[in-house]
Ligand binder design. Structure first.
Ligand SMILES: NC(=O)c1ccc[n+]([C@@H]2O[C@H](COP(=O)([O-])OP(=O)(O)OC[C@H]3O[C@@H](n4cnc5c(N)ncnc54)[C@H](OP(=O)(O)O)[C@@H]3O)[C@@H](O)[C@H]2O)c1
Length: 250
């Protein structure tokens, strides 16, 4: 018998760092499929409020929850607020991240700690509370295609994403059979804030496919993973082949 894809409409997704950039596009895509959205934000209160207005015009329910994910003593509270607002959270998308520039020689322990807290430990704690209390069945962690490299110019970021990649597999085992856990590892998709398309135009030649990806490449992958109920513990690299060129570079 043919399995039907998991139904999306009427379910609820919590998206961390969901007000801007990739998180925003994921939120709009899931809302477009009829999912209710809980938008987490840290500093982007205005963007979050504006996006919530736009999502509510789509005709689904939308809630916003603030929180600093570097403060690990507050992750429980964040998830509880989301559950209280929405009633049930079916999907957790760990999207928020800090993207520091730092090198091995001058890496400060406190900077490493911040990257680990926001990019790996808060996803772990949110996922544990989600598994214990939210009643949901799906977690997606946003990774980075360079989890296979030694990215010598972004040491704390790299370490945190490598850790989240391992955690993705651990969570998939620990939370099965109730919850599926997968990762999406983007390559060059959006330029860093403050940098334009000319920046990624230069970078694209580092990809075997010699082009950069679009936000649609990421949202399509998220949808695929949400709808595929026999996939868990996997990472999909959406990177034009960049991860095949393992190496050391900044
Ligand atoms: N963009 C790309 O091309 C690309 C490539 C590879 C991997 N990725 C991964 O894909 C995900 C999304 O990428 P992006 O470029 O859209 O991300 P981003 O703009 O760098 O960050 C997303 C959000 O993370 C939130 N955040 C940062 N520090 C936080 C903290 N201490 N507490 C709570 N939230 C915090 C911010 O929320 P506020 O604005 O509310 O403060 C921010 O808007 C990230 O995990 C990133 O590592 C992206």
């Amino acid at each position: 018998m043919q399995e039907k894809p998991v139904k999306m409409a009427g379910r609820t997704a919590l998206i961390t760092g969901g007000s801007k950039r990739l998180g925003r596009e994921i939120a709009l895509t899931l809302a477009g499929r009829g999912m209710n959205i809980v938008l987490h934000y840290h500093t982007s209160a205005t963007d979050s409020a504006l996006l919530a207005q736009r999502i509510s015009r789509i005709g689904v329910k939308v809630y916003t929850v603030p929180g600093d994910l570097a403060d690990l003593s507050r992750t429980d509270e964040l998830m509880n607020r989301a559950i209280k607002a929405a009633g049930k959270i079916d999907v957790l998308i760990n999207n928020a991240a800090v993207y520091r520039t730092d090198q091995f020689s001058d890496l400060l322990p406190e900077d490493l700690e911040t990257s680990l807290r926001v990019n790996a430990l808060s996803p772990l704690l949110l996922a544990r509370t989600f598994a214990a209390r939210a009643g949901g069945d799906n977690i997606i962690n946003l990774l980075d295609c360079r989890i296979r490299d030694y990215n010598s110019g972004r040491v704390s970021y790299s370490l945190s994403k490598k850790l989240l990649s391992y955690l993705t597999e651990m969570m998939a085992v620990e939370f099965a059979p109730q919850i599926r856990v997968n990762g999406v590892a983007p390559g060059i998709i959006l330029p860093e804030p403050g940098k334009g398309d000319e920046y990624i135009e230069r970078l694209k030649l580092s990809n075997p496919l010699e082009k950069w990806g679009s936000v649609d490449d990421i949202t399509r992958t998220v949808l695929f993973l949400l709808e595929s109920d026999f996939i868990t513990g996997q990472v999909i690299f959406v990177d034009g082949g960049r991860s095949l060129k393992r190496g050391v570079n900044g």
